[in-house]
Design a protein around this ligand. Sequence first.
Ligand code: ADP
Ligand code: MG
Length: 546
Amino acid sequence: MKNRSDTPDSLEVLQKKLAGFGEYSVRKTYYPELQQRLEDLRESEEFLKNIVDNIPAMVFVKDAVELRYVALNKAGEELLGYSREELLGKNDRDIFPEEQAAFFTRKDREVLERGDLLEIPEEMAKTRSGDDRILRVKKIPLFDNGGNARYLLGIAEDITDRKHLEEQLLQSQKMDAIGQLAGGVAHDFNNILMVIMGYGNMLSRDFALDSPQKEKLERIIEAADKAAQLTRSLLTFSRKQEIQTRVANLNDVVRQVQKFLVRIIGEDVQLTSQLDSTEPLVNIDSGQIEQVLVNLATNARDAMPKGGQLTIRTGLLDIDASFVQANGYGKPGRYALISISDSGIGMDEKTKSRIFEPFFTTKEVGKGTGLGMAIVYGIIKHHHGFINVYSEPQIGTTFRIYIPLIEMEQATDVEIFTSAPSKGGTESILVAEDDATVLTLTQEVLTSFGYTVIPAKDGQDAVEKFREHRDTVKLILMDIIMPQKNGKEAFYEIRLLDPDVKIIYFSGYTMDIIQGQGVFDEETELIMKPVQPLELLRKVRDLLDR
Ligand code: ADP
Ligand code: MG
């Protein structure tokens, strides 16, 4: 490079000499020889330029005094989006945002002062189109014959994509670690809860307890019930929960959940769906995939407080080795794709990198649990699929979910499962639940599907409300654990008023645990908390029609 910076001088000198020779008679003798040398130099300059231009990294040269660009190779033009003509003669402040320019200048000065190569492992540079690229840069001072630094040579490699892959890998390792931890804790914690619940229930049947003691015991059991709901969410996230898969048409799942999504997102949000004409078959637990769509739509609604667009698409996608390499995730094969896009507030990079973590929320206390996306993540992983997110602040967010496709030939002998659509009704339903959020959710779901809901805040209230509305109430939804009177006691009294009334209980516990406690018989209908709205609607309709 030292030669290169000297080259213009030699050329100049040569040219001067040539011009000078014109005045002498010896011109004839020397002229052709000098012309040949000039030609050689041009060729060698062309040769060097060619090499520099073809180096697959950005190469630039700045003068040491004002730090203006004096050379830039082709890779540099491509990387920055500026042509040589635009860049040469300018310095960093003319081109880059202030902060970036200041950083580059500081490093340039450091190199020139130290007189030695400097490596900058990572720096950001904004390109002409506004992209931030991550560069790994080496800066080298170029000296003249007198040992003074005259130029600064820079070689920059664009490592944005590599960084991206590293982050992806770290992200998936992080999620695995969190999953392991959360799952392990939830699993052991659940066992502890069973003990608390078991002894609590035994004690509550003890007639020797006086009423204040009973009251306190109920608080304990209530708290254990809430804790059970929480551990259930964590078990879904960490994939410790069993899923029951069947072959289903993904479009059908979307079609069925759509009617419900419309109600979640409200009137100000416009829902459009574009379903793939091939009707993709997948092996899924439809209830869980519905849950995924519900969670995503709920977040989309929260991201669009002033209304907007929600779009659901399905499609097919072949994932090949190059996709996996480019994205850092996935396994080659054929996939069904669901994407959900909203035109909401979007997310910055920092939020985006954490959304799948359990308990990560940017919403106010009481508004968000931070479990929605964690559950989505767990469910998709459990289906051997994967999920990614694109988001732009103020523009919107798109989640893309890939689920392994089942080929038609494989699917011909199997029965394609379609879960019953969530139908509504006009009956009156008594809902007894002391947890206000569960009560409100249940009430909203049922009324938006046409039912009339009579709310009750505890067991005692339930008995009274039933007495009032016994002629119209066709079904009771009741929490097992409630203050005043628990679900079972309340139902016992209600049954004396009307032996035919139907009941569904809410619980954080699975049926086997409850039955193990000897509290209920086998026919007892149960809805697990956290309540899945579609399952709720199906169970309600199913029981009313029985
Ligand atoms: P929660 O909704 O209870 O906050 P989630 O796990 O469902 O918890 O979501 C975690 C966070 O991810 C949200 O608090 C929000 O910051 C972000 N998020 C999720 N979906 C979207 C979206 N569609 N648009 C913008 N931000 C979102
Ligand atoms: Mg959420």
